[in-house]
Ligand binder design. Structure first.
Ligand code: HEM
Ligand SMILES: *[C@@H]1O[C@H](CO)[C@@H](O)[C@H](O)[C@H]1NC(C)=O
Length: 501
Protein backbone atom coordinates (compact mmCIF):
# COMPACT_ATOMS: atom_id res chain seq x y z
CA UNK A 1 0.00 0.00 0.00
CA UNK A 2 2.75 2.33 1.07
CA UNK A 3 4.80 1.69 -2.05
CA UNK A 4 1.74 1.86 -4.26
CA UNK A 5 0.99 5.55 -3.31
CA UNK A 6 4.59 6.41 -4.18
CA UNK A 7 4.11 4.89 -7.59
CA UNK A 8 1.09 7.17 -8.06
CA UNK A 9 3.12 10.24 -7.23
CA UNK A 10 5.92 9.04 -9.46
CA UNK A 11 3.82 8.61 -12.58
CA UNK A 12 2.43 12.16 -12.32
CA UNK A 13 5.93 13.53 -11.79
CA UNK A 14 7.31 11.64 -14.75
CA UNK A 15 5.05 13.40 -17.25
CA UNK A 16 7.11 16.57 -16.71
CA UNK A 17 10.62 15.18 -16.56
CA UNK A 18 13.26 14.29 -19.15
CA UNK A 19 14.42 10.67 -19.28
CA UNK A 20 17.69 10.91 -17.31
CA UNK A 21 16.18 12.96 -14.55
CA UNK A 22 13.29 10.55 -14.43
CA UNK A 23 15.65 7.67 -13.69
CA UNK A 24 17.47 9.73 -11.14
CA UNK A 25 14.34 10.85 -9.34
CA UNK A 26 12.82 7.40 -9.30
CA UNK A 27 16.03 5.95 -7.93
CA UNK A 28 16.09 8.62 -5.25
CA UNK A 29 12.47 8.01 -4.24
CA UNK A 30 13.01 4.29 -4.27
CA UNK A 31 16.00 4.59 -1.93
CA UNK A 32 14.10 7.03 0.26
CA UNK A 33 11.17 4.66 0.64
CA UNK A 34 13.51 1.77 1.43
CA UNK A 35 15.17 3.96 4.02
CA UNK A 36 11.84 4.87 5.62
CA UNK A 37 10.67 1.26 5.51
CA UNK A 38 13.99 0.08 6.95
CA UNK A 39 13.80 2.53 9.85
CA UNK A 40 10.24 1.59 10.63
CA UNK A 41 10.80 -2.14 10.46
CA UNK A 42 13.98 -2.23 12.51
CA UNK A 43 12.62 -0.74 15.74
CA UNK A 44 15.52 1.68 16.15
CA UNK A 45 14.81 1.96 19.85
CA UNK A 46 15.45 -1.74 20.32
CA UNK A 47 18.96 -1.55 18.89
CA UNK A 48 21.70 -1.65 21.53
CA UNK A 49 23.32 1.65 22.60
CA UNK A 50 26.32 3.01 20.77
CA UNK A 51 26.96 4.96 17.62
CA UNK A 52 27.56 3.91 14.05
CA UNK A 53 30.10 6.72 13.65
CA UNK A 54 31.13 7.94 10.24
CA UNK A 55 29.55 6.30 7.20
CA UNK A 56 31.69 3.45 5.81
CA UNK A 57 34.66 4.05 8.08
CA UNK A 58 32.86 4.08 11.42
CA UNK A 59 35.22 3.02 14.18
CA UNK A 60 37.31 0.73 11.94
CA UNK A 61 40.45 2.85 12.14
CA UNK A 62 40.30 2.98 15.95
CA UNK A 63 39.97 -0.79 16.17
CA UNK A 64 42.78 -1.32 13.63
CA UNK A 65 44.98 1.03 15.63
CA UNK A 66 44.20 -0.89 18.84
CA UNK A 67 44.95 -4.18 17.06
CA UNK A 68 48.25 -2.88 15.82
CA UNK A 69 49.31 -1.74 19.28
CA UNK A 70 48.05 -5.06 20.74
CA UNK A 71 45.51 -3.18 22.86
CA UNK A 72 42.29 -4.73 21.53
CA UNK A 73 41.02 -5.28 25.05
CA UNK A 74 41.37 -1.57 25.81
CA UNK A 75 39.22 -0.72 22.80
CA UNK A 76 36.59 -3.19 24.02
CA UNK A 77 36.82 -2.04 27.64
CA UNK A 78 36.13 1.52 26.55
CA UNK A 79 32.98 0.37 24.77
CA UNK A 80 31.87 -1.68 27.78
CA UNK A 81 32.47 1.26 30.13
CA UNK A 82 30.38 3.52 27.90
CA UNK A 83 27.54 1.20 26.89
CA UNK A 84 27.64 -2.06 28.86
CA UNK A 85 28.33 -5.53 27.44
CA UNK A 86 26.16 -5.10 24.31
CA UNK A 87 26.64 -2.18 21.97
CA UNK A 88 26.63 -1.19 18.34
CA UNK A 89 29.43 0.13 16.18
CA UNK A 90 30.32 0.40 12.51
CA UNK A 91 33.27 -1.82 11.61
CA UNK A 92 34.92 -2.65 8.29
CA UNK A 93 31.97 -1.42 6.26
CA UNK A 94 29.19 -3.10 8.26
CA UNK A 95 26.99 -2.10 11.16
CA UNK A 96 28.04 -4.39 13.99
CA UNK A 97 26.76 -5.56 17.35
CA UNK A 98 29.65 -6.05 19.77
CA UNK A 99 29.11 -8.56 22.57
CA UNK A 100 31.13 -9.44 25.64
CA UNK A 101 31.13 -12.16 28.31
CA UNK A 102 30.96 -15.97 28.49
CA UNK A 103 27.18 -16.01 27.88
CA UNK A 104 27.62 -13.92 24.73
CA UNK A 105 30.49 -16.18 23.61
CA UNK A 106 28.26 -19.21 24.06
CA UNK A 107 25.54 -17.54 22.00
CA UNK A 108 27.96 -16.63 19.18
CA UNK A 109 29.89 -19.91 19.09
CA UNK A 110 26.92 -22.26 19.34
CA UNK A 111 24.21 -20.41 17.41
CA UNK A 112 22.78 -22.29 14.40
CA UNK A 113 24.74 -21.24 11.29
CA UNK A 114 21.46 -20.53 9.50
CA UNK A 115 20.90 -17.75 12.03
CA UNK A 116 24.46 -16.52 12.62
CA UNK A 117 26.70 -17.37 9.69
CA UNK A 118 30.46 -17.35 9.45
CA UNK A 119 30.77 -15.09 6.45
CA UNK A 120 34.13 -13.67 5.53
CA UNK A 121 34.51 -10.54 3.41
CA UNK A 122 34.22 -11.48 -0.32
CA UNK A 123 37.84 -10.40 -0.79
CA UNK A 124 38.97 -13.26 1.45
CA UNK A 125 37.07 -15.93 -0.44
CA UNK A 126 38.62 -14.63 -3.69
CA UNK A 127 41.98 -15.69 -2.33
CA UNK A 128 40.92 -18.72 -0.29
CA UNK A 129 38.28 -20.16 -2.63
CA UNK A 130 34.53 -20.27 -2.12
CA UNK A 131 34.32 -23.92 -1.02
CA UNK A 132 36.60 -23.61 2.00
CA UNK A 133 35.25 -24.70 5.38
CA UNK A 134 35.19 -21.18 6.82
CA UNK A 135 32.64 -20.14 4.17
CA UNK A 136 30.42 -23.20 4.51
CA UNK A 137 27.33 -23.44 6.69
CA UNK A 138 24.79 -26.07 7.74
CA UNK A 139 25.10 -29.54 6.26
CA UNK A 140 28.01 -28.66 3.94
CA UNK A 141 30.02 -27.38 6.89
CA UNK A 142 29.35 -30.54 8.91
CA UNK A 143 30.33 -32.78 5.98
CA UNK A 144 33.63 -31.02 5.23
CA UNK A 145 34.47 -30.65 8.91
CA UNK A 146 33.94 -34.38 9.53
CA UNK A 147 36.23 -35.12 6.57
CA UNK A 148 39.01 -32.87 7.93
CA UNK A 149 38.56 -34.31 11.42
CA UNK A 150 38.98 -37.86 10.12
CA UNK A 151 42.68 -37.06 9.80
CA UNK A 152 43.17 -34.26 12.36
CA UNK A 153 41.68 -36.22 15.27
CA UNK A 154 43.96 -37.40 18.03
CA UNK A 155 43.74 -41.15 17.35
CA UNK A 156 45.17 -40.62 13.87
CA UNK A 157 47.64 -37.84 14.63
CA UNK A 158 49.16 -39.79 17.53
CA UNK A 159 50.89 -42.03 15.00
CA UNK A 160 52.75 -39.08 13.53
CA UNK A 161 54.59 -37.63 16.53
CA UNK A 162 57.89 -39.06 15.25
CA UNK A 163 57.29 -37.49 11.83
CA UNK A 164 56.71 -34.03 13.31
CA UNK A 165 59.75 -34.52 15.54
CA UNK A 166 61.86 -35.47 12.54
CA UNK A 167 60.87 -32.24 10.71
CA UNK A 168 61.77 -30.24 13.84
CA UNK A 169 65.18 -31.91 14.25
CA UNK A 170 65.99 -31.39 10.58
CA UNK A 171 64.91 -27.76 10.90
CA UNK A 172 67.15 -27.09 13.90
CA UNK A 173 70.04 -28.91 12.24
CA UNK A 174 69.79 -26.77 9.08
CA UNK A 175 68.76 -23.37 10.43
CA UNK A 176 69.88 -23.10 14.07
CA UNK A 177 72.94 -25.23 14.70
CA UNK A 178 76.12 -23.31 13.87
CA UNK A 179 74.37 -19.91 14.08
CA UNK A 180 75.02 -17.27 16.74
CA UNK A 181 72.01 -15.13 15.94
CA UNK A 182 68.62 -16.13 14.56
CA UNK A 183 65.40 -14.36 13.63
CA UNK A 184 62.95 -16.64 15.38
CA UNK A 185 59.59 -15.77 13.82
CA UNK A 186 60.45 -16.21 10.11
CA UNK A 187 62.33 -19.43 10.90
CA UNK A 188 59.43 -20.90 12.85
CA UNK A 189 57.09 -20.00 9.99
CA UNK A 190 59.27 -22.13 7.73
CA UNK A 191 59.00 -24.93 10.26
CA UNK A 192 55.19 -24.82 10.53
CA UNK A 193 54.96 -24.65 6.73
CA UNK A 194 57.15 -27.75 6.47
CA UNK A 195 55.20 -29.67 9.09
CA UNK A 196 51.92 -28.99 7.27
CA UNK A 197 53.46 -29.94 3.92
CA UNK A 198 54.84 -33.19 5.23
CA UNK A 199 52.05 -34.28 7.55
CA UNK A 200 48.94 -32.91 5.92
CA UNK A 201 49.88 -32.70 2.24
CA UNK A 202 52.25 -35.69 2.17
CA UNK A 203 54.85 -33.62 0.29
CA UNK A 204 58.31 -34.52 1.49
CA UNK A 205 61.39 -32.29 1.43
CA UNK A 206 62.57 -31.42 -2.04
CA UNK A 207 62.02 -29.14 -5.03
CA UNK A 208 58.25 -29.65 -5.10
CA UNK A 209 57.87 -28.35 -1.57
CA UNK A 210 60.29 -25.49 -2.20
CA UNK A 211 58.19 -24.37 -5.17
CA UNK A 212 55.03 -24.16 -3.06
CA UNK A 213 56.41 -21.99 -0.25
CA UNK A 214 56.64 -18.56 -1.97
CA UNK A 215 53.12 -18.94 -3.41
CA UNK A 216 51.60 -19.85 -0.06
CA UNK A 217 53.49 -16.99 1.51
CA UNK A 218 52.04 -14.45 -0.97
CA UNK A 219 48.60 -15.97 -0.64
CA UNK A 220 48.57 -15.66 3.14
CA UNK A 221 49.76 -12.06 2.91
CA UNK A 222 46.94 -11.44 0.43
CA UNK A 223 44.28 -12.85 2.76
CA UNK A 224 45.33 -10.47 5.51
CA UNK A 225 45.92 -7.44 3.28
CA UNK A 226 43.69 -4.47 2.47
CA UNK A 227 41.59 -5.76 -0.47
CA UNK A 228 42.63 -3.38 -3.22
CA UNK A 229 43.12 -5.22 -6.48
CA UNK A 230 45.70 -3.00 -8.18
CA UNK A 231 49.00 -4.24 -9.60
CA UNK A 232 51.69 -4.57 -6.90
CA UNK A 233 49.30 -4.60 -3.96
CA UNK A 234 49.61 -7.51 -1.54
CA UNK A 235 46.01 -8.40 -2.31
CA UNK A 236 46.57 -8.74 -6.07
CA UNK A 237 49.73 -10.76 -5.41
CA UNK A 238 47.59 -13.01 -3.21
CA UNK A 239 45.12 -13.57 -6.04
CA UNK A 240 47.83 -14.42 -8.55
CA UNK A 241 49.51 -16.69 -6.00
CA UNK A 242 46.25 -18.64 -5.82
CA UNK A 243 46.22 -18.84 -9.63
CA UNK A 244 49.77 -20.21 -9.62
CA UNK A 245 49.11 -22.67 -6.81
CA UNK A 246 45.99 -24.22 -8.32
CA UNK A 247 47.66 -26.29 -11.09
CA UNK A 248 50.28 -27.52 -8.62
CA UNK A 249 47.66 -28.58 -6.09
CA UNK A 250 45.48 -30.17 -8.79
CA UNK A 251 48.54 -32.18 -9.83
CA UNK A 252 49.20 -33.30 -6.26
CA UNK A 253 45.59 -34.42 -5.74
CA UNK A 254 45.67 -36.33 -9.06
CA UNK A 255 48.90 -38.13 -8.16
CA UNK A 256 47.54 -39.18 -4.81
CA UNK A 257 44.32 -40.44 -6.36
CA UNK A 258 46.32 -42.52 -8.89
CA UNK A 259 48.50 -43.91 -6.09
CA UNK A 260 45.36 -44.95 -4.23
CA UNK A 261 43.87 -46.65 -7.30
CA UNK A 262 47.05 -48.47 -8.32
CA UNK A 263 47.89 -49.95 -4.95
CA UNK A 264 44.52 -51.54 -4.41
CA UNK A 265 45.66 -53.46 -1.38
CA UNK A 266 47.11 -52.02 1.79
CA UNK A 267 47.37 -48.31 1.22
CA UNK A 268 46.79 -46.42 4.42
CA UNK A 269 43.95 -43.96 3.81
CA UNK A 270 45.41 -41.92 6.69
CA UNK A 271 48.78 -41.50 5.00
CA UNK A 272 48.19 -37.75 4.93
CA UNK A 273 45.22 -35.35 5.01
CA UNK A 274 44.86 -35.18 1.21
CA UNK A 275 44.81 -38.98 0.87
CA UNK A 276 42.21 -39.10 3.66
CA UNK A 277 39.99 -36.56 1.92
CA UNK A 278 40.19 -38.47 -1.38
CA UNK A 279 39.39 -41.76 0.36
CA UNK A 280 36.20 -40.65 2.10
CA UNK A 281 33.00 -41.83 0.42
CA UNK A 282 29.33 -41.40 1.22
CA UNK A 283 27.10 -44.41 1.92
CA UNK A 284 26.19 -44.63 -1.78
CA UNK A 285 29.88 -44.88 -2.76
CA UNK A 286 30.25 -41.39 -4.24
CA UNK A 287 33.18 -39.23 -3.07
CA UNK A 288 32.25 -37.06 -0.08
CA UNK A 289 34.31 -34.11 -1.30
CA UNK A 290 34.77 -32.85 -4.84
CA UNK A 291 38.29 -32.03 -6.06
CA UNK A 292 37.49 -28.30 -5.92
CA UNK A 293 36.47 -28.67 -2.32
CA UNK A 294 39.58 -30.66 -1.46
CA UNK A 295 41.78 -27.96 -2.96
CA UNK A 296 40.03 -25.02 -1.27
CA UNK A 297 40.24 -26.83 2.04
CA UNK A 298 43.88 -27.83 1.90
CA UNK A 299 44.59 -24.17 1.15
CA UNK A 300 42.57 -23.07 4.17
CA UNK A 301 44.29 -25.58 6.44
CA UNK A 302 47.66 -24.10 5.47
CA UNK A 303 46.41 -20.56 6.05
CA UNK A 304 44.79 -21.44 9.40
CA UNK A 305 47.64 -23.55 10.71
CA UNK A 306 50.76 -21.68 9.64
CA UNK A 307 50.74 -18.22 11.24
CA UNK A 308 48.76 -19.19 14.34
CA UNK A 309 51.12 -21.92 15.50
CA UNK A 310 54.24 -19.93 14.60
CA UNK A 311 53.02 -16.89 16.58
CA UNK A 312 52.49 -19.11 19.62
CA UNK A 313 55.95 -20.70 19.36
CA UNK A 314 57.66 -17.33 18.82
CA UNK A 315 55.95 -15.88 21.91
CA UNK A 316 57.08 -18.91 23.91
CA UNK A 317 60.70 -18.43 22.81
CA UNK A 318 60.48 -14.84 24.07
CA UNK A 319 58.85 -15.90 27.34
CA UNK A 320 61.53 -18.49 28.09
CA UNK A 321 64.21 -15.85 27.63
CA UNK A 322 62.34 -13.43 29.91
CA UNK A 323 60.99 -15.56 32.73
CA UNK A 324 63.57 -17.54 34.66
CA UNK A 325 61.03 -19.30 36.87
CA UNK A 326 58.95 -20.63 33.98
CA UNK A 327 62.11 -21.50 32.04
CA UNK A 328 63.65 -23.61 34.80
CA UNK A 329 60.44 -25.58 35.36
CA UNK A 330 60.11 -26.32 31.65
CA UNK A 331 63.75 -27.35 31.40
CA UNK A 332 63.43 -29.79 34.29
CA UNK A 333 60.26 -31.31 32.83
CA UNK A 334 61.86 -31.69 29.38
CA UNK A 335 65.24 -32.90 30.67
CA UNK A 336 63.55 -35.69 32.55
CA UNK A 337 61.93 -36.87 29.33
CA UNK A 338 65.23 -36.53 27.44
CA UNK A 339 67.01 -38.66 30.05
CA UNK A 340 64.55 -41.50 29.57
CA UNK A 341 65.43 -41.75 25.88
CA UNK A 342 68.32 -43.17 23.91
CA UNK A 343 70.45 -40.67 21.94
CA UNK A 344 68.74 -39.84 18.65
CA UNK A 345 65.48 -41.55 19.62
CA UNK A 346 62.33 -39.85 18.32
CA UNK A 347 59.65 -38.42 20.59
CA UNK A 348 56.50 -40.50 21.02
CA UNK A 349 52.95 -39.71 21.96
CA UNK A 350 53.67 -40.97 25.51
CA UNK A 351 56.47 -38.41 25.81
CA UNK A 352 54.12 -35.58 24.87
CA UNK A 353 51.58 -36.65 27.51
CA UNK A 354 54.29 -36.08 30.14
CA UNK A 355 54.78 -32.44 29.11
CA UNK A 356 51.95 -31.23 31.34
CA UNK A 357 53.60 -28.09 32.70
CA UNK A 358 54.87 -27.10 29.23
CA UNK A 359 51.33 -27.29 27.85
CA UNK A 360 49.95 -25.22 30.72
CA UNK A 361 52.53 -22.56 29.84
CA UNK A 362 51.45 -22.67 26.18
CA UNK A 363 47.77 -22.32 27.18
CA UNK A 364 48.54 -19.38 29.44
CA UNK A 365 50.42 -17.78 26.54
CA UNK A 366 47.34 -18.33 24.33
CA UNK A 367 45.21 -16.71 27.02
CA UNK A 368 47.39 -13.60 27.32
CA UNK A 369 48.08 -13.38 23.59
CA UNK A 370 45.47 -15.25 21.56
CA UNK A 371 46.82 -15.37 17.96
CA UNK A 372 43.27 -14.78 16.69
CA UNK A 373 41.88 -11.91 18.76
CA UNK A 374 38.49 -11.40 17.10
CA UNK A 375 35.62 -13.55 15.85
CA UNK A 376 33.08 -12.18 13.37
CA UNK A 377 29.70 -13.61 12.42
CA UNK A 378 26.81 -12.24 10.30
CA UNK A 379 23.10 -12.31 11.24
CA UNK A 380 21.12 -14.11 8.51
CA UNK A 381 17.82 -13.01 10.03
CA UNK A 382 16.63 -10.56 12.69
CA UNK A 383 17.68 -11.95 16.05
CA UNK A 384 16.37 -10.97 19.42
CA UNK A 385 19.14 -11.12 22.00
CA UNK A 386 18.68 -10.04 25.65
CA UNK A 387 15.85 -7.70 24.71
CA UNK A 388 17.78 -6.10 21.85
CA UNK A 389 17.40 -6.65 18.13
CA UNK A 390 20.35 -7.75 16.02
CA UNK A 391 19.07 -6.84 12.55
CA UNK A 392 19.50 -9.19 9.61
CA UNK A 393 22.71 -8.50 7.70
CA UNK A 394 24.55 -6.94 10.65
CA UNK A 395 27.87 -8.26 11.90
CA UNK A 396 28.31 -9.73 15.36
CA UNK A 397 31.73 -9.46 17.00
CA UNK A 398 33.41 -10.94 20.05
CA UNK A 399 36.98 -10.64 21.21
CA UNK A 400 38.90 -13.49 22.78
CA UNK A 401 41.50 -10.98 24.05
CA UNK A 402 38.79 -9.08 25.90
CA UNK A 403 37.31 -12.26 27.36
CA UNK A 404 40.74 -13.41 28.53
CA UNK A 405 41.50 -10.05 30.18
CA UNK A 406 38.20 -9.78 32.08
CA UNK A 407 39.03 -9.77 35.78
CA UNK A 408 35.64 -11.23 36.64
CA UNK A 409 36.65 -14.34 34.67
CA UNK A 410 40.42 -14.62 35.21
CA UNK A 411 41.72 -13.15 38.49
CA UNK A 412 44.65 -10.77 38.05
CA UNK A 413 44.38 -11.25 34.31
CA UNK A 414 47.66 -9.54 33.40
CA UNK A 415 49.73 -11.91 35.57
CA UNK A 416 51.29 -14.84 33.69
CA UNK A 417 50.18 -17.85 35.70
CA UNK A 418 50.25 -21.26 34.00
CA UNK A 419 48.66 -22.86 37.07
CA UNK A 420 45.29 -21.49 35.97
CA UNK A 421 45.31 -24.46 33.59
CA UNK A 422 46.14 -27.02 36.27
CA UNK A 423 43.24 -29.43 36.33
CA UNK A 424 43.00 -29.06 40.13
CA UNK A 425 42.77 -25.26 39.96
CA UNK A 426 39.30 -23.63 40.04
CA UNK A 427 37.98 -23.74 36.48
CA UNK A 428 36.71 -20.58 34.72
CA UNK A 429 33.13 -20.75 33.44
CA UNK A 430 32.60 -22.45 30.04
CA UNK A 431 33.26 -20.29 26.94
CA UNK A 432 35.88 -18.18 28.77
CA UNK A 433 39.09 -19.66 27.38
CA UNK A 434 38.41 -19.21 23.68
CA UNK A 435 41.86 -19.06 22.02
CA UNK A 436 40.69 -21.95 19.81
CA UNK A 437 37.09 -20.74 19.58
CA UNK A 438 34.33 -23.07 20.80
CA UNK A 439 31.32 -25.06 19.64
CA UNK A 440 30.84 -26.58 16.19
CA UNK A 441 33.46 -24.32 14.59
CA UNK A 442 36.10 -24.78 17.27
CA UNK A 443 39.57 -25.10 15.78
CA UNK A 444 39.96 -28.66 14.42
CA UNK A 445 43.76 -28.22 14.39
CA UNK A 446 44.27 -28.12 18.18
CA UNK A 447 45.92 -31.52 18.47
CA UNK A 448 48.33 -30.75 15.66
CA UNK A 449 49.15 -27.33 17.14
CA UNK A 450 49.76 -29.01 20.51
CA UNK A 451 52.03 -31.70 19.03
CA UNK A 452 54.13 -29.16 17.15
CA UNK A 453 54.39 -26.79 20.10
CA UNK A 454 55.42 -29.42 22.65
CA UNK A 455 57.87 -31.23 20.40
CA UNK A 456 59.52 -27.93 19.40
CA UNK A 457 59.78 -26.75 23.03
CA UNK A 458 61.43 -30.07 23.91
CA UNK A 459 64.03 -29.85 21.15
CA UNK A 460 64.75 -26.17 21.79
CA UNK A 461 65.33 -26.28 25.54
CA UNK A 462 67.34 -29.52 25.40
CA UNK A 463 69.65 -28.27 22.63
CA UNK A 464 70.04 -24.51 23.14
CA UNK A 465 70.04 -21.64 25.55
CA UNK A 466 69.18 -18.21 24.20
CA UNK A 467 68.97 -14.53 25.01
CA UNK A 468 66.99 -11.73 23.44
CA UNK A 469 69.17 -9.34 21.46
CA UNK A 470 66.72 -6.45 21.86
CA UNK A 471 65.29 -6.67 25.38
CA UNK A 472 62.09 -4.88 24.47
CA UNK A 473 61.47 -6.01 20.88
CA UNK A 474 57.70 -5.75 20.49
CA UNK A 475 55.18 -6.89 17.92
CA UNK A 476 52.34 -5.36 15.94
CA UNK A 477 49.15 -7.15 15.02
CA UNK A 478 48.34 -6.77 11.34
CA UNK A 479 46.11 -8.66 12.35
CA UNK A 480 48.55 -11.50 13.12
CA UNK A 481 51.34 -10.62 15.56
CA UNK A 482 54.57 -9.75 13.71
CA UNK A 483 57.71 -8.97 15.69
CA UNK A 484 59.44 -5.78 14.56
CA UNK A 485 62.66 -7.63 13.75
CA UNK A 486 61.31 -11.17 13.68
CA UNK A 487 62.44 -11.66 17.31
CA UNK A 488 66.22 -11.60 17.21
CA UNK A 489 67.93 -13.97 19.65
CA UNK A 490 71.47 -15.02 20.36
CA UNK A 491 71.76 -18.80 20.70
CA UNK A 492 74.29 -21.09 22.35
CA UNK A 493 74.25 -24.87 21.84
CA UNK A 494 74.18 -27.00 24.97
CA UNK A 495 77.12 -29.40 25.03
CA UNK A 496 76.37 -32.70 26.64
CA UNK A 497 78.23 -35.89 27.23
CA UNK A 498 75.16 -37.80 26.13
CA UNK A 499 74.13 -36.13 22.86
CA UNK A 500 70.37 -35.85 22.71
CA UNK A 501 70.26 -35.52 18.93
C1 HEM B 1 47.98 -22.23 18.08
C2 HEM B 1 47.45 -22.53 16.95
C3 HEM B 1 46.03 -22.24 16.52
C4 HEM B 1 45.11 -21.33 17.02
C5 HEM B 1 45.29 -20.35 18.17
C6 HEM B 1 43.90 -21.48 16.23
C7 HEM B 1 42.73 -20.75 16.46
C8 HEM B 1 41.54 -20.96 15.77
C9 HEM B 1 40.29 -20.30 16.07
C10 HEM B 1 40.08 -19.24 17.17
C11 HEM B 1 39.34 -20.76 15.22
C12 HEM B 1 37.84 -20.41 15.19
C13 HEM B 1 37.55 -19.11 14.52
C14 HEM B 1 36.09 -18.68 14.68
O1 HEM B 1 35.26 -19.38 15.29
O2 HEM B 1 35.77 -17.60 14.17
C15 HEM B 1 40.01 -21.71 14.34
C16 HEM B 1 39.39 -22.37 13.29
C17 HEM B 1 40.06 -23.22 12.42
N1 HEM B 1 41.37 -23.68 12.55
FE1 HEM B 1 42.69 -23.16 13.99
N2 HEM B 1 44.10 -22.46 15.28
C18 HEM B 1 45.38 -22.95 15.42
C19 HEM B 1 45.98 -23.95 14.68
C20 HEM B 1 45.40 -24.60 13.62
C21 HEM B 1 46.03 -25.64 12.83
C22 HEM B 1 47.43 -26.21 13.07
C23 HEM B 1 45.16 -25.97 11.85
C24 HEM B 1 45.36 -26.98 10.75
C25 HEM B 1 45.13 -28.19 10.81
C26 HEM B 1 43.94 -25.17 12.04
C27 HEM B 1 42.80 -25.24 11.25
C28 HEM B 1 41.63 -24.54 11.49
C29 HEM B 1 40.44 -24.64 10.63
C30 HEM B 1 40.30 -25.47 9.36
C31 HEM B 1 39.45 -23.80 11.21
C32 HEM B 1 38.02 -23.56 10.70
C33 HEM B 1 37.05 -24.49 11.40
C34 HEM B 1 35.58 -24.29 11.03
O3 HEM B 1 35.21 -23.22 10.51
O4 HEM B 1 34.81 -25.23 11.26
N3 HEM B 1 44.13 -24.35 13.12
N4 HEM B 1 41.34 -21.83 14.71
C1 LIG C 1 57.16 -15.38 35.45
O1 LIG C 1 56.24 -16.42 35.68
C2 LIG C 1 55.86 -16.53 37.04
C3 LIG C 1 55.11 -17.84 37.21
O2 LIG C 1 53.92 -17.84 36.54
C4 LIG C 1 55.07 -15.30 37.42
O3 LIG C 1 54.63 -15.37 38.75
C5 LIG C 1 55.93 -14.06 37.20
O4 LIG C 1 55.16 -12.91 37.42
C6 LIG C 1 56.52 -14.05 35.81
N1 LIG C 1 57.51 -13.01 35.71
C7 LIG C 1 57.46 -12.09 34.75
C8 LIG C 1 58.59 -11.11 34.75
O5 LIG C 1 56.57 -12.04 33.94
Amino acid sequence: MYIYTHKGILSTLFEFLPMELEIFVSLFLFLLSIFILFRRRKHPNRLPPGSLGLPLLGQSLDLLKALKADKVEEWFQEGINKHGPIWKANLFGHPTIVLHGPAANKFIYTCDSNVLANTQPPSISRVLGSRNIIELIGHDHKRVRAALASFLKLEVLKQYVAKVDEEIRYHLQTHWIGQHEVQVQPLIKTLTFNVICSLLFGIERGPKRDKLLPHFHDMIEGVLAVPINLPFTKFSRGISARRNLLPMLIGIVREKREALQEQTQEINPHKDLITSLISIHDDDGSPTMSDDEIIDNIIVVMVAGYDTTSVLLTLLVRLLADNESVYSKIVSEQEEIAMSKAPGEALTWEDLTKMKYSWRVACEMLRINPPIALAFRRARQDIEYKGFIIPKGWQVLLSSSMTHMDQDIFQNPTIFDPNRFDKHAPQPPPFSFVAFGAGPRMCPGIELAKMETLAMMHRLVTQFTWELIKKDESFKRSPMAEFDQGLLVQITPIRKSKASL
